[in-house]
Design a protein around this ligand. Structure first.
Ligand code: ADP
Ligand code: MG
Length: 242
C-alpha cells in the first residue's frame, strides 16, 4: 500500500457554490482512508468520482488526460480544479503508475503512435502493435497485461467501458497478480469489478463519501434484481402511469 489518505482541505476552498466545490459528495468530505490495495469509487453519474480521481492523478503528476509521468502530451489535457485543495499522505511515496480514463484512451493511443522510437520499443508495453490496430477492449487489456507492473499506483476511470464481462474478469486476474505490490483506485459502475474480494468501496451517493459493502451498492442490488427477474423489473418500469 502506497497512498494512505486523501484529505480535502475544505478550510481553504474559496466558496461552496462553484464547481468542483459544489459537488454534493465533497460537501461533507474530510478524509478518505485507503486501507487496502484495491479501492473502488461508486456512485451515480455526476456524483464526483472522476473529479476526485483526476485530482489524485494530478497530484501524482500523472497527466490528467490519461497516462503516466513519462506521457506528457497535451491533447485534451484538463487542469484539475480540485487538486489544490487535496492533500495526499503516502505510506511509501512512489512515482510510477498510470491514470487511465476511457474517454481519452484514443488520444493516448495516438500519442504512442507518434512517439519517435522504433516500433519494437514503443509498442513493447502495448502488445507489440499500435493500440489503434486493436479493438477497444483488446487494446485496454494489452495495456493492462503489458504496461502494468509492480510498485505502481493505478488510477482507472471506468475501465469496464471497453471490456466485455469475460475481459473484466481478465482484468481482475491481472489485478490479483499485482495486488501484493501495486495499488489500484478504480471508479466503476461494474457489478463484476466491484465484487473483487476484500476491496474498499466508497459510495459517492447521497451527498457524502462513505465506505459501503459490495452487497449494499446500488450497482449490485439493481443488477441482481434485474438478472433474477428481468420481466418483473421491466413490467414495473414500463407500467403506464395511472
Ligand atoms: N469541468 C467542469 N466544469 C463544471 N462542472 C463540471 C466539470 N466537470 C464535471 N462537472 C460536474 O461536476 C459533477 C461531478 O462530475 P464527475 O466528477 O465527472 O462525476 P462522475 O465521474 O461521478 O460521473 C457533475 O455534476 C458534472 O456535471
Ligand atoms: Mg466519471
Amino acid at each position: 500500500m502506497y497512498l494512505k489518505t486523501v484529505r480535502y482541505l475544505k478550510e481553504n476552498i474559496p466558496d461552496e457554490f462553484t464547481y468542483p466545490f459544489s459537488i454534493p459528495s465533497l460537501s461533507t468530505l474530510d478524509e478518505i482512508q485507503l486501507p487496502t490495495n484495491i479501492t473502488f469509487f461508486v456512485g451515480e453519474n455526476g456524483s464526483g468520482k472522476s473529479t476526485l480521481l483526476e485530482a489524485i492523478a494530478d497530484l501524482c503528476e500523472f497527466n490528467t488526460a490519461g497516462g503516466g509521468r513519462q506521457h506528457l502530451y497535451d491533447v485534451h489535457k484538463s487542469d484539475s480544479a480540485l487538486s489544490d485543495y487535496i492533500r495526499l499522505s503516502w505510506k511509501r511515496k512512489i512515482s510510477r503508475g498510470f491514470f487511465l480514463r476511457a474517454e481519452t484512451f484514443y488520444q493516448f493511443a495516438s500519442h504512442i503512435d507518434l512517439m519517435d522510437e522504433p516500433e519494437g520499443i514503443k509498442y513493447a508495453s502495448y502488445g507489440g502493435k499500435s493500440l489503434h490496430q486493436q479493438s477497444h477492449g483488446e487494446s485496454f487489456l494489452s495495456l493492462f497485461q503489458n504496461a502494468f507492473g509492480k510498485k505502481s499506483l493505478y488510477l482507472l476511470d471506468e475501465p469496464e467501458a471497453a471490456l466485455s464481462p469475460v475481459r473484466q474478469l481478465s482484468l481482475m486476474k491481472i489485478m490479483k497478480d499485482l495486488e501484493e505490490e501495486a495499488q489500484f483506485i478504480i471508479a466503476t459502475h461494474s457489478p463484476i469489478l466491484l465484487g473483487y474480494p476484500d476491496a474498499t468501496i466508497y459510495s459517492f451517493d447521497d451527498g457524502k463519501i462513505e465506505a459501503v459493502r459490495y452487497e449494499d451498492t446500488t450497482n449490485y442490488i439493481v443488477t441482481k434484481s434485474f438478472l433474477n427477474a428481468p420481466d418483473r423489473m421491466l413490467d414495473e418500469l414500463f407500467k403506464e402511469e395511472e
